[in-house]
Design a protein around this ligand. Structure first.
Ligand code: MSP
Length: 520
């Protein structure tokens, strides 16, 4: 059934296996999930990849500190990330782990391609390395903490001087090609500010990149020289094609889904995705992804999340405070596309109560309970529609046209604002039409009003699915909307709620956070 749909491939960054997931990881997974769900509902054959980056010095060091083998350590952390995908109802098609055998094979194959292309040579590396970032930095990027004398990367992480034999990738040879790529495909890096940042970084000159290490062995072995392991980023980035069967570029999955439509990543790792990754792919003669989308960071009460400040939030904490869909909504509604966001408990309660409990929840609750009480729990006919009825229905059917271009650009906050325009219009309509008053004067007209509202709610239920999949299905289940009629193509009169169907007594979808509100 899906074979004639346009393929769509989206990935998150794969998280380092050096600690439990935090809110930043959940945020990225949710952004990507919302886009994947949106595309599926819009008729695309979607493949969504997420996973775990398990190699490198940092993982090896953390495992050692914990007194376990790196593999055992990774197994434990991977399970926590897999659990997180369940906690947040993330609809990934695959969870890749870079310790998977096929991933080693794929990473070695891409290495071999770079080597065959004449882009790899052996030399000695002497320079600054941050184990925290698993990244090399130029002298000019390094600053010194005046108090401690510690040398720092531009991300504020500690760097150390490293000198060792290393293979190099001729990144400098790709400077012009990369600049041409950015110029000819301005959409390759989004948002625009990141496009500018990367362009000026590359214009500043690229040095060849050290791509192997010899001082530890937790990684993918370099082909024909096993005392070297690959630089963790070379192996990590390759996960995006391993998942599709690389090096078998003729496999069905590879042919169907590569090049990726979106790599969704945090703003701290765009250099790897927008400079190194396309250069590796060019060298290996593989098509380039269409876009790297960089999201911002989540801060807590205006401060960066950090273990030392003690404000790191476990994603499950928010779910137990507000509910899963409520947390998803909150993050997607309050953080602007590509910008940093802030989490604050009091503001979150106000937002959830206003938009979900009072806004959408109340609309569903009062409409459905009036239908149950006054119309025998049966959807009434929608005859003799007035201009007001028609206006609301038109808004419900056409909302997707405004929302689509926003969602397609990860502007979920603006897309949700549009959906809530419809919620407000429906709430205003109930107040103006006052079906409770019509009950005494004109029961036929009351039925029409309730039926128009129920049909609007059906559309709202369909529209909120990418962001709040569980709540949306509760709403659509109560309306008895068939499971195979919940896609965006069903947002029209042809699939409208049938007269005479019996609905279930409404069950509160978004309970008001009263206790939480008092505590706040
Ligand atoms: N392992 C690399 C990615 C390799 S992709 C081939 C890595 N891992 S990470 O665990 O440090 O980060 C995973 C993702 O979470 C990154 O996209 C990163 O930007 C994102 N975030 C980490 N902290 C974050 C916040 N506080 N807020 C939002 N996103 C954050 O980098």
């Amino acid at each position: 059934m899906t074979s004639n749909k346009t393929p769509f491939y989206i990935t998150t960054a794969i998280a380092y296996a050096n600690g439990a997931p935090h809110l930043g990881h959940a945020y990225e997974a949710i952004i990507t999930d919302v886009m994947a769900r949106f595309k599926r509902l819009d008729g695309f054959d979607t493949y969504f990849l997420t996973g775990m980056d398990e190699h490198g010095q940092k993982v090896a060091q953390t495992a050692e500190k914990n007194g376990v083998s790196p593999q055992e350590f990774c197994d434990d952390i991977a399970q926590k990330f897999i659990d997180q995908t369940e906690t947040f109802n993330i609809s990934n098609d695959q969870f890749i782990r870079t310790t998977d055998k096929d991933h080693h094979k794929s990473s070695q194959a891409i290495w071999q391609k770079l080597e065959d292309n004449g882009d790899i040579y052996l030399d000695k590396y002497a320079g600054w390395y941050s184990v925290r970032d698993e990244a090399f930095y130029d002298e000019k990027e390094i600053t010194k903490d005046e108090e401690t004398g510690v040398k720092l990367s531009p991300h504020g992480t500690e760097v150390e001087w490293v000198e060792e034999e290393s293979y190099f990738f001729k990144l400098s040879a790709y400077e012009e090609k990369l600049l041409t790529l950015y110029k000819e495909n301005p959409e390759f890096i989004a948002p625009q500010s990141k496009h500018n940042e990367i362009t000026s970084f590359v214009k500043g000159g690229l040095r060849d990149l050290s791509i192997s290490r010899t001082t530890f062995d937790w990684g993918v072995k370099v082909p024909n020289d096993p005392k070297h392991v690959m630089y963790v980023w070379l192996d990590a980035l390759t996960n995006y094609i391993t998942a599709l069967g690389y090096p078998d570029t003729e496999s069905e999955k590879f042919k169907k889904f590569w090049p990726a439509n979106y790599h969704v990543v945090g703003k701290d790792i765009i250099r790897f995705h927008c400079v190194y990754w396309p250069a590796f792919l060019m060298a290996a003669n593989i098509e380039l992804p269409k876009q790297v989308f960089a999201h911002g960071f989540i801060n807590v009460d205006g401060q960066k999340m950090s273990k030392s400040i003690g404000n790191v939030i476990a994603p499950s904490e928010l779910v137990s405070r507000y509910g899963m869909d409520q947390t998803r909504y909150l993050l997607m509604r309050t953080i602007s596309h590509g910008e940093d966001g802030n989490y604050n408990h009091e503001q979150s309660i106000v937002r959830i109560n206003a938009d979900l409990s009072n806004g959408l929840g109340n609309l569903v609750q009062r409409t459905l309970s009036m239908i149950v009480k006054n119309c025998d729990a049966t959807i009434p006919e929608r005859n003799d529609l007035t201009d007001e009825d028609q206006k609301l229905l038109n808004q419900a059917y056409t909302a997707i046209d405004t929302i689509r271009p926003l969602f397609e650009k990860f502007q979920f906050n603006r897309g949700l604002e549009e959906i809530w325009r419809l919620v407000s219009a429906a709430n205003t309509y109930v107040d103006e039409q006052a079906p409770w008053a019509l009950k005494k004067t004109d029961t036929v007209r009351m039925g029409v009003v309730l039926s128009v509202l129920a049909e609007t709610i059906r559309c709202l239920g369909i529209l909120v699915q990418p962001v709040m999949p569980d709540s949306a299905s509760k709403i659509l289940d109560q309306l008895k909307t068939p499971k195979d009629q919940r896609e965006f193509e069903h947002l029209n009169v042809e699939y409208a709620l049938k007269y005479g169907i019996t609905i279930d007594p409404p069950q509160g979808v978004f309970p008001r956070l009263v206790e939480e509100e008092k505590a706040a």
